[in-house]
Write a protein that binds this ligand. Structure first.
Ligand SMILES: NC(=O)c1ccc[n+]([C@@H]2O[C@H](COP(=O)([O-])OP(=O)(O)OC[C@H]3O[C@@H](n4cnc5c(N)ncnc54)[C@H](OP(=O)(O)O)[C@@H]3O)[C@@H](O)[C@H]2O)c1
Length: 364
């Protein structure tokens, strides 16, 4: 345990912040000392729900960053604020949790990277599925050579993101959400990178991308709420294609296929398929040379990445890992530099729709 608890400022007091606050409260080495947001009521509500009494509220982020004793800033605002929020936190010398997606353009990403490098602060990006129990198990199995050498990985983010989500109003718009891959599909892109490397704490480096986009929801005012099973007309419109699919070449020779599907009429689903020269994984089912007598798929009882509900996401694992990195002066495998490689695939897909040509990476 650290001598003094690390002080935390949570910025953007919405849905995901509830889980960041909870994880920092639970970690024995951190204390939430301030919450900032657009509206004071939201800060108060988050504190009240979490039972926080000794906490300061701010509606001015610059002032909040000056609050005494802040070591970590957790950025939970909508994505179009992430770049400026990250740069300000880095310039103030704070370690930073950056919710996904990290930014809305390559220019913003470059500016964030430069600010973080200059400030030498630690970062972790909200690819929280890296701490999902099935993900942890698969990575350990890959590292243990359960599938031999890998050659193909596919993951898909199939979530009918709509008005049920508090963040939808910004996320659905082209100027603030940008694309389906960026808003939600980046989780699947990151998972493909993560599983395309056999290293337990390593992700694969993309070198080329080709993508198509389509689907039916763009510009359509019909919306399906899969929680209530209700169809709605006059719904806010998605301003970009809700379906994107990309092929990725990695520098280790593995090929990836990834899609994002906001147009699917079904509950949230996150399928995973990993193929190696000695075995295969399909979600939590395994076929491996390690089980020479197996006569059917071996099923791992575990927690699957099968809901969009933030209360189910393993934020505790992500935050505990980040605090360890800070206390031991280690870089996270999921830091800003690594997350840039995930985001570049989403931006390469957008370039592809313009040029109709494969896009070579890196872009920055
Ligand atoms: N890693 C994951 O699995 C995961 C899951 C969910 C969301 N996320 C990401 O987390 C981010 C936030 O999503 P969310 O679902 O929490 O959205 P949300 O519920 O809309 O919360 C965003 C909060 O940001 C605040 N805000 C808006 N504009 C602001 C501004 N100019 N300055 C300060 N605060 C401002 C809002 O504050 P007020 O209430 O004060 O008006 C709102 O409460 C998004 O990037 C999203 O993609 C990640």
């Amino acid at each position: 345990m650290a001598e003094k608890k690390l002080g935390v400022l949570v910025h953007g007091a919405g849905w995901v912040s509830t889980q960041h606050i909870k994880a920092f409260q639970t970690n024995p080495n951190t204390k939430v000392v301030a919450i900032s947001s657009r509206r004071l009521e939201s800060c108060k509500l988050r504190a009240e729900e979490a039972g926080l009494t000794d906490v300061e509220f701010y509606t001015d982020y610059e002032k909040a960053l000056k609050h005494e004793g802040i070591d970590i800033v957790s950025i939970c605002t909508p994505q179009h604020f992430h770049a400026e929020n990250t740069i300000a936190a880095a310039e103030a010398g704070k370690h930073i949790v950056i919710e996904k997606p990290i930014a809305n353009s390559l220019e913003e990403i470059k500016a964030m990277r430069d600010a973080v490098r200059k400030a030498k602060v630690k970062t972790v990006v909200g690819f929280v599925l890296r701490w999902n129990p099935l993900f942890l198990t698969i990575k350990r199995m890959l590292a243990d050579n359960a599938l031999g050498d890998l050659y193909f990985v596919e993951t898909d983010y199939q979530s009918n993101i709509a008005s049920w989500w508090s963040g939808f109003e910004y996320a659905r718009r082209k100027d603030t959400g940008v694309s389906a891959f960026l808003v939600g599909g980046c989780h699947a892109i990151d998972a493909t990178r993560w599983f395309a490397s056999k290293g337990e704490y390593e992700s694969a480096k993309p070198i080329e991308v080709f993508a198509y986009s389509g689907g039916w929801r763009k510009g359509c005012d019909t919306e399906y709420n899969y929680y209530t099973k209700v169809w709605r007309t006059n719904a806010p419109k998605l301003e970009y294609d809700g379906f994107e699919i990309a092929l990725i070449k990695f520098d280790n020779g593995v090929l990836g296929k990834v899609s994002v599907n906001f147009d699917s009429i079904m509950p949230y689903t996150f399928p995973i398929e990993i193929f190696g020269d000695r075995g295969t994984i399909k979600n939590n089912r395994v076929w491996s040379h390690k089980f020479p007598g197996q006569t059917g798929w071996v099923e791992i009882p575990t927690i699957l990445p099968d809901t969009a509900d933030v209360t189910h996401h393993p934020f505790q694992g992500e935050i505990d890992h980040f605090v360890e990195c800070i206390l031991n002066d280690k870089e996270s495998h999921c830091n800003l530099e690594d997350a840039i490689l995930t985001h570049e695939i989403a931006f390469a897909a957008l370039q592809c729709y313009e040029t109709k040509q494969p896009v070579k990476l890196p872009l920055i």
